[in-house]
Every structure is written in C-alpha cells, then in structure tokens.
Design a protein around this ligand. Structure first.
Ligand code: GLU
Length: 549
C-alpha cells in the first residue's frame, strides 16, 4: 500500500514547524576539529536513581578511548522518561564521575554546561527532536498514531493469546495507513497521539552489523513502527539516540548490549534521517557469581551495583579504576605485573579485547586485593591524604583524630610502610579498625581488654614490671631483653619452644608477655611491630595506657 503523506495543513496541527530549520540547527554543530582517528564517545545515563557501577565502567572506557586518541568524552543525561526521573539523580551522576576521576570534556555540570555541542540534557532538546520528526512526517516516514493505551493493551493480549510476535506492525499497525480524513477526524475530536516511525523492514530478512566488540553479527530487520515522539512531545530513546549522536558527532556508540537487538532499528532510523550509519560497540554488562551461576548485578540484592557503595567503603579511586580496567581488558593484569610502577593510563585499552558475549565477572575479593596492593604501594602521606578526605565525609570522629596531630598521624602511617609491607587495609573503612587505637579518643572507647589465657592479675604484674624498667630510648634488642626479664620474673619463659614443650611448668612465654602489652596498648591482639609502635606512641601515651590496666 502506498504511504499516506499528510498535507501541510494537517501536519501543522500535529507538529508545527519549529523556530529553527534543520539546516539552522545543524549549522550550530560544526564538525569537530580533532586529529585523525580521534574518538568522540559518550556516556549517556538516565537519572533514574542511584548510579550503577555499569555506568562508571562505560564512562571509564569512554574516557580511556578519548584520552588515547586525542578525542572527546562527554556526558549526556538521557532524561526523556520524565516519570522515572528521581530527584538528585543527575547531580549524583555528575558528582560520582568527578569523584572517580572521570571528569568529562563536555556535558552538564552543577549550575551549567561544558562544551559547545549541547544542550547535553535531552529534555532541553525537545525542539530539536520535533524538527527532525517533522521532517520524517513530511516525507511519509512517520505518522501520527491515535491508538489509546487500552487499545494497545488489547492488541498485545490478543497477540499473546494467538501466540504471535508482539508489537505494532503489519495488520496491528492500525494507524499506519489511515487516510488523512481519519487523522483530521481524530484531531478534531481532540484525541491524543504519538508519532510512530513507518518501518519498511522485514523481520524475515537479516542485516549484518559490524560491532567493534561483538564482531560481525546478523540481526533480523525491524518491522515495528516504534514510537519516536511521545504524547508529551519528548522523543523515545531510539529517536533521541539517532539525532543526538549525529549532531554531537559521536564516532563510536559504546553502550551495553541490552541495546544490541535494537541496532537494526537504529540503523533504519539513521537512514530515514539521511545520515551516515553509526559505528557501534556493545559491551556485556558486568556480572557476578551467584552460587554456581552468573547473573547481572541486581540493584536490590547487590550493594556493589551502586557506585556510591565503593565511595562509602572508601576504595581508592585508582584501585576501582584499575579493577574496572581489569574487567574490560583481562590482559591488563599481566601488564600491571610487568609494569608495577607505571600509571594505568599507560596501558593501551582495546575495545576488541572486551568480552564478546557474557559480561565480565565482578569479584569483590579481587578488588580488595588490588586495593590492598595499591594502598601498600603508597607513601604514608598519600594514605594520610586519602583517609582524611574519606573521613571528612564518612567518619568525622576519625577525621578529628587524624588532624589533631598530623605529625603523629604521619608517624602512625609510616610504621612498616617501606617495601609495600603494610597490606592491612583495602579501603578507608578498614582504617578505624586497623589504626584507630593509635588515637586516644578512639582508643578511649575500648572498654574490655582480653588477655587471652593470661590471668588479669598476671597481666597487671607484667605491665607494672615492664613499666618499672621501660625506657623509650631502648633499641629493639634491649627492649626485647627487658620483655624476657620481666617475663621470667613472673613465670613466663623467654623461650617459646620451651613453653610449648612444657606448658605446665610456665604461665606462658615471652610471646604472651608481648601479647599482654599489645592488648593493653591497642585493645587488640594483632598490631604492627610492638616496639616500633611504642616508639611512635611515645612515652606519655604508653605510660598512660599501661596505667589503665
Ligand atoms: N540512556 C540509555 C541507558 O541508560 C543509554 C544507552 C546509550 O548509551 O545509548 O540505557
């Protein structure tokens, strides 16, 4: 059936021409002046709630691609689904990208926009979309559809009952070929409408898609007359993608593979608009193991689906990024081993090394491991800066403690820090547990001292005798000799082996003596080197703590 092209008069009632023509709009998006091979890539989240780790992952990949090629990485906020928008979600996206060192070249920022190819929030582009849709209408490539939601639902039920493919196509596309008189009648009656794309595709035919991650694939053509403009005058994702990525000059559409099946539709739309085809790269979303099976991260079940979780826990940004790089290109791990001192930015990320089908597996143990190694490689000052920054937001009591005497804090962090030995924290939220006792206000919260098998009276006696001979100037060896002497006097052998062989003859060994001192000083039975710790704590603090027992 030949397509109906509506008269200008009717079209003006449906979608009046905008203030600017397509040519005028396009003139404001000149070609970008970039070196050959430069990638223009974008991350395009919808502000519908918390920020998903997958968005951070994509943003990071975009940033690497743009940085490696001298290109542009931009943020576009896809907010056309106004009903699903959550207050504060857009600010959160902006803030998290900044916090994770993924600042973009262009896009919305708090209080404005960066870049000359905006606006970068889709709701601010309504007129642009309408102008393109009007062009489709004028050429008979789109048409108004007055079907009510109830009618559409009835169709869907019908299709289901008959076990046929759902959708608005063929005989189900009731408004596709309605004569103009019917359209006018519906308009006169004040009926609401959407604009649908008039698909010329045939599902029985297949199209080749060259995806930069998945490789060569074939997909069925699309024959659905999908909605391009909603009742509220905003576009659907499909049209907005085709228009925005064209105007903004995106060179590679990097997105999650949930969009892969729609690619032939997007190719059709692009052709209908008269534009060159896009280059696509569809990445599989991050997964995790659940028992023996893999699944996508779940918003409800997995705290690690939420970017904010990584910030709250205080994983260092570099560790998170290196971990993501590891997920994206598994050869990064070997590279890191071979180049322990290079920044991850020196590694060449490649799209075609990403997993083609199933998503990379998120493992918190692996992240923890990367993070511990990373933190161990830092100087005391670097760790200090990280933990202060984190505590400002998430543990003010710790912040106060750290800043009360920065010199002392620096010494605390320096204990056994050389040669990347201190792997006791993987994230800032581990800090309080591993180092909190050094700080008096935090240590004051310890109310119970568990001396293990040593009786409290013996613990007291050991501490009193140690104090009597304690000299903070003692070197490690002298100090240790004193420990042994104090122990012997109280029935604790200096020889740990002897105690093991004759446990009934002694109350314990010098190991128990050290343990008693450690518990008294820290409230814990594990700590860094005791002698070094006492040096850092200083005489007054040590004496005061021993006197508490
Ligand atoms: N707003 C889309 C989403 O959140 C973006 C897809 C794309 O990157 O094109 O899924």
């Amino acid at each position: 059936m030949s397509q109906v092209i509506l008269s200008t008069e009717t079209l003006d009632r449906i979608l009046p021409t905008g203030e600017r023509t397509i040519e005028e709009i396009e003139a404001t998006y000149p070609p970008r002046n970039l070196p050959a091979g430069a990638e223009v890539v974008r991350v395009a989240p919808s502000p519908t709630g918390f920020m998903h780790i997958g968005t951070l992952y994509m943003a990071f990949i975009c940033k690497r691609l743009a940085a490696q090629t001298g290109g542009i990485y931009y943020l576009r906020i896809e907010d056309t689904d106004t009903k699903r928008e959550v207050e504060g979600a857009r600010e959160l996206i902006i803030e998290m990208l900044e916090n994770f060192d993924l600042a973009y070249d262009e896009g919305p920022i708090i209080g404005g926009e960066l870049g000359g190819y905006g606006p970068y929030s889709q709701t601010k582009r309504a007129d642009i979309y309408k102008t393109y849709v009007r062009k489709l209408l004028e050429r008979g490539l789109a048409y108004p559809c007055f079907a009510t939601p109830e009618e559409l639902e009835a169709n869907a039920k019908n299709q289901m009952a008959q076990k046929i493919r759902p959708g608005y196509y063929g005989e189900w596309a009731v408004w596709r070929d309605k004569p103009e008189s019917e359209v006018v009648k519906a308009l006169d009656a004040g009926k609401q409408f959407v604009i649908r794309f008039r698909s010329t595709g045939d599902v029985n035919k297949r199209r080749v898609v060259h995806d930069l991650i998945k490789g060569r694939k074939e997909l069925p053509e699309n024959d659905n007359d999908i909605v391009v403009l909603k009742r509220i005058g905003l576009p659907t994702y499909h049209l907005a993608h085709a228009v925005d990525d064209f105007l903004m000059g995106t060179t590679t559409i990097l997105r999650t593979d949930e969009w892969f099946p729609s690619t032939t539709l997007h190719m059709q739309l692009t052709e209908a608009l008269g534009h060159k085809p896009f280059v696509y790269a569809h990445g599989a979303p991050i997964q995790k193991m659940d028992g023996n099976s893999r699944r996508k991260l779940s918003k409800r079940k997995d705290p690690e689906a939420n970017v904010a979780f990584f910030e709250q826990e205080g994983y260092p940004v570099v560790a998170v990024l290196e971990y993501l790089l590891n997920l994206a290109n598994s050869n990064f791990e070997d590279w890191r081993r071979a180049n322990p001192n290079l920044a991850y930015k020196e590694f060449e990320f490649k799209l075609d090394k990403m997993q083609k089908n199933s998503g990379a597996l998120l493992s918190m143990e692996k992240l923890e491991d990367i993070s511990r190694n990373y933190l161990a490689s830092l100087t005391a000052k670097q760790v200090f800066d990280l933990v202060v920054k984190w505590s400002q937001k998430y543990d003010q009591e710790l912040e106060v403690a750290l800043l009360a005497d920065p010199e002392y804090s620096a010494k605390v962090l320096s204990i056994e820090r050389d040669n990347a030995k201190r792997k006791d924290i993987g994230k800032m939220s581990d800090f309080r547990d591993a180092y909190g006792f050094f700080f008096d206000d935090i240590f004051a919260q310890v109310t119970e001292f568990d001396f293990g098998g040593v009786a409290p009276a013996d613990a007291k006696a050991l501490i009193a005798d140690f104090l009597a001979s304690y000299d903070p100037a003692d070197d490690q060896q002298t100090w240790f000799e004193k420990l042994k002497t104090v122990g012997s006097k109280n029935g604790f052998t200096p020889d740990t082996r002897e105690f093991r062989q004759n446990p009934d003859k002694f109350k314990g060994s010098v190991a128990e003596v050290a343990m008693v001192l450690r518990v008294a000083l820290t409230g814990r039975n594990r700590s860094p080197n005791l002698h070094e710790m006492m040096l850092v704590m200083g005489k007054d603090r040590v004496v005061e703590r021993f006197n508490r027992i």
